[in-house]
Ligand binder design. Structure first.
Ligand SMILES: [Mg+2]
Length: 197
């Protein structure tokens, strides 16, 4: 499964959920699939998707949102693996990280990460997370549905192919604009309430 194929599925599944997206190629490819107000592209802040998603999940504790989604990469999670023990320690019940693991730094010439020697699911489980694993469309959908209904921090480890989609434009939007757009969407969503995706 290519990254952009995974993002097409995830975009379909998360239309009514806050989605925090890791930097560079992942943000660009998701924006090329659909550039929606519920997407918070964390441009140039590698490693912080887990932290931001944890904070939002804690803030949404009493809302009707089923989960707050973080789309993270393997290189980025390895930059800040502390999000796993932190999420488990805090018992962040609405925290849902989806790890797009291609075993390389996809935005810097495909240099290998440590991923081939690290079992991210085992790390998360050791920290108290509920973990699912997928490598294809059907399993991605079924594990997403299972984990979004599971209370407590959840990690979906999605194995994807290395390589970036071609002809994807750069995402040249001011982060202040992106942040304000997301904040406005989230405020409206929480005020409305729906209990759906
Ligand atoms: Mg990667």
């Amino acid at each position: 499964m290519k990254r952009i194929e995974a993002l097409e599925v995830l975009n379909e599944l998360t239309a009514e959920l806050p989605v925090v997206v890791t930097c560079a190629a992942t943000s660009r490819e998701l924006a090329s699939v659909e550039n929606r107000d519920n997407h918070f592209y964390v441009l140039d802040s590698m490693g912080l998707v887990g932290s931001i998603t944890t904070g939002l999940a804690l803030a949404a504790k009493d809302s009707d949102l089923p989960k707050v989604i973080g789309l993270e990469g393997d290189g980025s999670l390895l930059m800040n693996p502390n999000v796993l023990p932190t999420g488990g320690f805090l018992g962040a019940e609405k925290l849902f990280l989806i790890l797009l693991d291609n075993q390389v730094y996809g935005s810097t010439a495909g240099l290998p990460t440590y991923s081939s020697h690290v079992d991210f699911g085992a790390l998360a489980e050791a920290a108290g997370w509920t973990v699912g694993r997928a490598a294809d469309d059907a399993r991605l959908r079924s594990e997403f549905d299972r984990l979004i209904a599971t209370s407590g921090p959840t990690l979906l480890h999605l194995s994807i192919e290395a390589g970036n989609a071609s002809d994807i434009p750069k995402l040249l939007v001011d982060p202040v604009v992106l942040s304000h757009r997301f904040q406005t969407w989230l405020t409206t969503r929480l005020a409305r309430g729906s209990g759906t995706r």
